[in-house]
Design a protein around this ligand. Sequence first.
Ligand SMILES: [Zn+2]
Length: 289
Amino acid sequence: MPSPAYRGRLAPSPTGYLHLGHARTFWTAQQRARAAGGTLVLRNEDLDRSRCRPEYVTAMIEDLRWFGFDWQEGPDCGGPHAPYDQSARLDLYRAAFEKLRAAGLVYPCTCSRRDIAESAGAPHESGNGGGDEPLYSGRCRPEHIDAAERATRATWPRADHSWRFRVPDGHRIQFSDTALGPQAAVAGETFGDFVVWRREDLPSYQLAVTVDDAAMGISEVVRGADLLVSTFRQLLLYEALDLPPPAFHHCPLMLDDRGHRLAKRHDSLSLRTLRATGRSPESIRAEWR
Ligand SMILES: [Zn+2]
């Protein structure tokens, strides 16, 4: 059986300037696509209206080109799976959400951020779709979502609630990471019911990337290890939406000299600043070897 051609992706969010941590993970993605003779897709993950800015999209493309990235499909060059801006793909996410709702797999959740943090009983790091959100208490989870309710609950998401995916408690999810080897998690223990549609009337990170990676025919997702727990959530969505999952390759996170994760606030490590101070991409990459 012929294996499908390799398709990888770079999927930055234009919420700030790209830094070295992004560049390193993206470089691995590009190297894997090149080694396989495959295609690299650039996807602009611009769903967060309050944080994404058009000038960061321009900067993102400039900085990636400067560093030596070369993609074959993307918002700037088009391709067979256009559009490559998530903000222009809302219909696809809505259709996927409707499928989950019709299957009785989601329920409305009125909990505020504070409710969730308090019920978890412990401080937590808030992440961008990461694996670090507190386990949801189940406060809004119905006993069951019956057929009549599914049929009548045709109201489109309103501003007063989000929608959560009901995870199959106790279900063990496994996959073999192409970097980290065999991985396993238990739904309801490693992570709980998670948001698929936000109260801002937008898909969650989990839903949008699952829909896009499937629709764009991505064969391997290369990303940071901070998203490892999210991969289990997304594997449940692939199953629920009857979509074939890609392979996953989670890269170790780059730390700063104090052992903290690199973030967009580390201006001195932004590609933009490094370029302005005369660093060359070649010299930066030489340090990674
Ligand atoms: Zn709730």
